[in-house]
Design a protein around this ligand. Structure first.
Ligand code: ADP
Ligand code: MG
Length: 223
């Protein structure tokens, strides 16, 4: 028996209305992500990469085709069902770190947790150790470097134990040294079994991923 895909896209399209114009942001995309995958999504600006990540992450719904997350069809889920999927199955990391400036590092990481109290704190402490920030627990985001802020965001994305981590240009705001550090962290997470999808423009980072999905003008092309 073949292994179950975490996320499966079947002939997925996404159109946007822009005034009287229809933008075909994604056209007939089909592929599956399996446990342990580490995929780079590449392509020119405006080609549909973020649209694809938002669909895989259940932040958005397709205009056509089907998306299955752990075998469940996204289109058939209620808003509450989608929110639950998003919160339990998917971790998100963005180019902008979206940390809450008035909360310290530990609080930022513990915040999205489904658990409360001691367990939540312990989990946040473990994740912060994993991303190498045990020395920064009580710092505010404004007191951190960009690379450190992104590592806080990564720890936060893992607090609910997602099956998959989706990262949309996670190193876009970082220098090459810090970008390399984020990639090392992703590689380590992947070795431990995490499934990862990362949009990146950085050719050095792409080389280190296990597979590449190339998007051009809304369509998947041979990488
Ligand atoms: P990428 O991440 O590869 O730069 P996007 O997925 O952000 O590309 O965008 C793909 C296309 O869809 C672009 O032409 C963009 O202008 C358009 N687009 C994205 N989001 C919207 C939106 N909310 N409304 C209208 N057009 C959009
Ligand atoms: Mg984008």
């Amino acid at each position: 028996m073949s292994e179950e895909a975490i996320i499966r896209l079947e002939h997925v399209c996404r159109q946007y209305r822009r005034g009287s114009e229809t933008v075909h942001a994604l056209k007939d995309i089909s592929f599956s992500l399996f446990p342990g995958d580490f995929v780079a999504v590449v392509g020119p600006s405006g080609s549909g990469k973020t649209t694809l990540m938002n669909l895989m992450g259940c932040l958005d719904r397709p205009s056509g085709g089907r998306i299955l997350v752990h075998g469940r069809e996204v289109q058939e889920e209620s808003e509450a069902g989608l929110t639950r999927l998003r919160r339990t199955v998917i971790g998100f990391v963005f180019q902008q770190f979206f940390l809450i400036p008035t909360l310290n590092v530990l609080e930022n990481v513990a915040l999205p947790s489904l658990f409360t109290g001691k367990k939540q704190r312990e989990r946040a402490l473990n994740l912060l150790e994993k991303v190498g920030l045990s020395q920064r627990l009580y710092h505010l985001p404004g007191q951190l470097s960009g690379g450190e802020m992104q590592r806080v965001a990564i720890a936060r994305s893992l607090i609910n134990g997602p099956s998959i981590l989706l990262a949309d240009e996670p190193t876009g705001n970082l220098d090459s040294r810090n970008a390399e550090r984020i990639l090392e962290l992703f590689e380590r997470l992947n070795e431990e079994g995490m499934t990862l999808v990362m949009v990146t423009h950085n050719a050095d980072l792409v080389k280190q991923c296990k597979a590449v999905v190339r998007i051009e003008d809304g369509a998947m092309v041979q990488a």
